[in-house]
Design a protein around this ligand. Sequence first.
Ligand code: SAH
Length: 362
Amino acid sequence: MTALKERLAQLIATAGPISVSDYMASCLFDPDAGYYTTREPFGVAGDFTTAPEISQMFGELVAVWAYSAWAAMDRPMPMTLAEIGPGRGTLMADMLRTLDRLDTGFVTRARIALIEASPRLAALQNERLASGRGRPTWFSEIGALPATPLVIVGNELFDALPVRQFVRTASGWRERVVGLDNDGALRFMAGAAGIDPALLPHGAMDAPEGAIFETAPAREALMAGISARIVRDGGAALFIDYGHLRPGLGDTLQAVRKHAYDDALANPGEADLTSHVDFFALARIAQAHGLEVRTTTQGAFLVGLGLLERAGALGAAADEATRERLRGEVERLAGPEAMGDLFKVLCVTRKGTVLPPFAAQG
Ligand code: SAH
């Protein structure tokens, strides 16, 4: 049993079941035993591989997007180029290298900001980015960023923020909680208290017993904070994650450990715990702030920004083995069977600004 599992079981035995959201927050960010605070999640030796870790082309194309966002604002300086949830710092490293080529001086004139919740990962990012041009500063939250126009990106950030779950029971909808079964093992169950029907989607009252609905107050609060910043100071935001463009019912909480699915209650703190991002809910928040929102799939986004051309350029002077590797990377990032369709992109700008690869009438 993991140390965190024992601690959670004791807590539940003493104080009663905890919400799925509190369970997820403990598993990911417990200061002593949380997944992101203590473990090395990324890469072959870790638990999962993210797009920037698959290919440098991902960060290069996101850099092209970021540069267009700045150009569309008439190139203000000072400005802040930020990433939230930078993991190992690979995306920002690839972006800074590309931006430095696009426009010498940009990365030293812009403020480079990284927002990271895990001190351990922040140290890793520092190591990774220390030698490059464009020196980042670390911030604990969006509210602490300098008050300048802001271009902000985040890859696989929202899926790591906790969700609440509700479950339909014979006596109505209840918060889904983590409690203990008769043997003292962690188990999902329906909580005692009813919930405000306003939180439920249209048609929820007709859902069958056992149906599950998710909402993510932490994601929505972050989206609201970023939207308010863009309204106040100008800027643009780009978020990439796996999830859905339309709202719906369903349990999407999943644990991943060593590149395989794990039982979400089996190894608290030792498995990554995520849930699919409801892009519809995030888009609605940005729109409520009067902002322009575009969504698409990761595949369409990357191909629209020139993924195939970039792979061709990198491959032109390379040997056949390298070209084969590049073809594989394109397939993993953009192929419909791989990340291309499952991963979605949300682009937020001020009203009237539409950035590549989104067509003006799109
Ligand atoms: N973007 C990286 C890492 C994704 S994993 C990549 O694509 O490889 C999620 C990252 O978000 C981790 O760095 C995690 O510590 C960070 N994170 C999670 N919640 C956060 C929050 N509320 N604020 C800032 N960073 C957060």
